[in-house]
Design a protein around this ligand. Structure first.
Ligand code: SF4
Length: 339
């Protein structure tokens, strides 16, 4: 089977101006997303992980042009989205939908579930009123709710049920890509796995491609085919899921992974405690922006920005630890646990 990218993101940037003084003069920029490139193949799930403020949600919003990129290109299904007119972009949003973290905030509390689910169809001029109502009931059942729920209001549902409604709304237009921004972070752990399982089932049934944004590597582990790790606006590592969890290369990924609980304590690695907080993105550290917290920092790290380089097939990392060493050395050191 040939795998083809559905989405290709190149050199994406989002710089927010910092204004000060009475005249609101621009005195600098917050580089929320700084030169990020990745692709997502048709039918796969790409997890994007990082602490809050790393730029993952800003990236997700730029893909739909809910935020305009400062620079870079987003190619979706062969179309460069960054050059589309607002009208063309509105049409394309039928194929790209979002699921948000807080389903309650994203569902209009004054509307019935029927009206909420019908809305994307009305906006895109899909089906007549009778067909729309039928489809609403069908999709409520597909996401594990009941047709009679259509007449209820969002406050009459639990958090998990509301997220099912958010997922149903995203599915209504028969999209190709769903960007799920922390879709289970606000839910209890027991409900999280139900919603994740539902998303996996729907992916199979509707041949969906997912971008799954989360702050925790544990959450995306089972749902992602590949995972990208972001830190302070940059992609610092991206790899096949199996490779990333078995042999994380970037010290930041290693630290995030060491904090993920494992079912078998015999396989638990010592937790790597990172010093300090994420630096101010308006005034990021020089060179590698992780150098203020990195246990492996070298002199070069403060001076030179590491580039995201592919070291093994499909496994790229931005870190000077790998500048000088050969792939064999990396494998050896990973086996010894020194990376
Ligand atoms: Fe640490 Fe240097 Fe690698 Fe940055 S480039 S992660 S500071 S070793």
């Amino acid at each position: 089977m040939t795998v083809k990218p559905l989405l290709k993101v190149e050199n994406l940037k989002k710089y927010f101006p910092v204004k000060s003084g009475l005249l609101g003069k621009t005195t600098g920029y917050v580089k929320a997303v700084d030169d990020v490139s990745f692709h997502v193949n048709e039918g796969e799930t790409l997890g994007i992980v990082g602490e809050s403020g790393c730029g993952k949600s800003t990236t997700g919003r730029m893909l739909m042009r809910l935020l305009e990129p400062t620079e870079g290109t987003v190619e979706f299904d062969g179309k460069n989205l960054t050059t589309l007119t607002p009208q063309e972009m509105r049409k394309t949003r039928r194929d790209i939908q979002m699921v948000f973290q807080d389903p309650y905030a994203s569902l209009n509390p004054r509307h019935t579930i029927e009206k909420i689910l019908e809305e994307p169809l009305v906006v895109h001029g899909i089906d007549n009123a009778k067909e729309r109502k039928k489809k609403v009931r069908e999709f409520l059942e597909i996401v594990g709710l009941s047709a009679y729920h259509a007449k209820r209001y969002p406050h009459q549902f639990s958090g998990g049920q509301r997220q099912r409604i958010g997922i149903a709304r995203a599915l209504m237009t028969n999209p190709k890509l769903i960007i799920a921004d922390e879709p289970v972070s606000a839910l209890d752990v027991s409900i999280q796995s139900q919603v994740l399982n539902l998303m996996q089932d729907l992916q199979q049934e509707f041949n969906l491609t997912y971008i799954f944004i989360a702050h925790d590597l544990g959450v995306v582990r089972h749902i992602s085919d590949r995972v990208g790790v972001m830190y302070l606006g940059k992609m610092v590592e991206i790899a096949d899921s199996e490779q990333l969890y078995a042999k994380p290369m970037h010290p930041y990924t290693q630290a995030l992974l060491s904090a993920v609980p494992v079912p078998d304590p015999a396989h638990k690695k010592e937790q790597i405690m990172l010093e300090g907080d994420i630096p101010n993105p308006a005034n990021p550290p020089t060179g590698c922006t992780f150098h203020t917290r990195c246990p492996f920092k070298m002199d070069v790290c403060e001076k030179v920005v590491p580039q995201l380089v592919q070291h093994e097939s499909g496994h790229s990392v931005a870190c000077h630890l790998y500048d000088e060493v050969s792939n064999n050395d990396i494998k050896q050191k990973q086996m010894e646990g020194s990376f």
